[in-house]
Design a protein around this ligand. Structure first.
Ligand code: FES
Ligand code: FES
Length: 142
């Protein structure tokens, strides 16, 4: 069995941020979606962001994943960490920040936290109308 922290197990058993956000009809509010992997296939994550246009503030976020325990806990951590921050602040978040929030992740499970970070980038680029480029050289373990 993996050696998960209590925080990881708590978020896995009591997820609060799962799901989708409906397209906004409120003026000045946009929903952006980012996806990594293949939801139809396996390890994958879809992230919805609710963004206030004038401030670029992330008012709320939700995720869906078919990843493992770490992916679920990492996604919970991600949403908790980015809620209320601006898109620029959110872009600075690293998968290490996610792991730290969780009190650590097993080394072999660090890639699950990278998925959340990549979905976040995809959602932000998508929001800004830029095609998401996958960075092959991203260091998963760092
Ligand atoms: Fe994608 Fe099996 S369904 S690898
Ligand atoms: Fe693939 Fe965690 S999401 S092992």
């Amino acid at each position: 069995m993996w050696d998960y922290t209590d925080k990881v197990m708590d978020l896995f058993y009591n997820p609060k941020n799962q799901g989708e956000l409906e397209d906004s009809t409120e003026p000045g509010i946009k929903i952006a979606v980012g996806e990594v992997g293949s939801i139809a296939c396996g390890d994958a994550l879809r992230l919805h962001l609710k963004v206030e246009e004038t401030t670029e503030k992330i008012l709320d976020a939700r995720y869906q994943t078919f990843g493992c325990t770490s992916a679920i806990a990492s996604s919970e951590a991600l949403v908790d960490l980015i809620r209320g921050s601006t898109l620029d602040e959110a872009l600075k978040l690293s998968n290490k920040d996610i792991a730290n929030y969780l009190g650590g992740l097993p080394q072999a499970k660090m890639h699950c936290s990278v998925m959340g970070q990549e979905a976040l980038e995809a959602a932000i680029y998508n929001y800004r109308g830029i095609a998401h480029e996958v960075h092959e050289d991203d260091d998963e373990g760092a």
